[in-house]
Design a protein around this ligand. Structure first.
Ligand SMILES: CC(C)(COP(=O)(O)OP(=O)(O)OC[C@H]1O[C@@H](n2cnc3c(N)ncnc32)[C@H](O)[C@@H]1OP(=O)(O)O)[C@@H](O)C(=O)NCCC(=O)NCCS
Length: 184
């Protein structure tokens, strides 16, 4: 398995995986094991790759089997959910430090092909994504829908994320989580 930062030529494989587990197109039998909700335009994906260097991928035999997105709040501010999170950031703290758009970035969505789940791919892609942003920001922030218990367990028990609060948006209940980008 190879972990890398995605290039434009990887986007087709990333979007193939994304659509398979997106809430609007997921096989109903797969929904209990988690789903992603963020939509991207081609222009947003291009900016994510070229300006933010923000997609970490895992490939097996040349096929993309996992991706994790990560980018500045400025990038995410176009999406209403992230605009709402930006407003909520000052209410939340990690180890006593208030969250801001300058000291943190937003990670997610992350996705692992279902035949590779529970194999350690999640932890490898998560940590590679974190490392890729550590030189730019001290804190990583994400959200998880409260009806996605698999993702919540993975992020709080397989890797070291802390639940810093909860919020509601569009009749959905979310956890807000954060962690330092550098391990002490
Ligand atoms: C979320 C995701 C990235 C996690 O990666 P993963 O490889 O599945 O994670 P793991 O299997 O290592 O860890 C998940 C844990 O939750 C457990 N789990 C599975 N279903 C669960 C459920 N319904 N409730 C609670 N825990 C559950 C698993 O058994 C595992 O714990 P264990 O290893 O102690 O048995 C992956 O499941 C995925 O891509 N899901 C679809 C997209 C998604 O939900 N993305 C996240 C959006 S926030």
């Amino acid at each position: 398995m190879e972990i890398a930062t995605a290039k434009m030529t990887d986007l087709e494989g990333v979007m193939d995986l994304h659509k398979r587990y997106h809430i609007s197109s997921i096989n109903p039998d797969d929904k209990a094991d988690g789903f992603v909700t963020t939509n991207f335009t081609p222009e947003q994906l291009q900016a994510l790759v070229e300006k933010e260097c923000g997609i970490t991928i895992a490939k097996d035999g040349g096929r993309i089997i996992s991706y994790a997105m990560a980018a500045s709040w400025q990038f995410w501010s176009e999406w209403p959910l992230f605009a709402h999170m930006i407003q909520k950031l000052p209410e939340h703290f990690l180890e006593g430090q208030g969250l801001t758009v300058d000291n943190s970035y937003q990670y997610g969505p992350i996705c692992v092909d279902k035949s590779y789940r529970g194999s350690g791919v999640f932890e490898k892609v998560f940590n590679a994504s974190l490392d890729s942003m550590a030189g730019r920001y001290p804190i990583m922030v994400t959200f998880i829908n409260q009806i996605n218990p698999r993702s919540y367990k993975a992020h709080t028990q397989k890797v070291n994320m802390n639940t810093v609060g909860t919020f509601q948006f569009n009749n959905n209940d979310y956890y807000m989580l954060a962690c330092p980008t550098k391990t002490k």
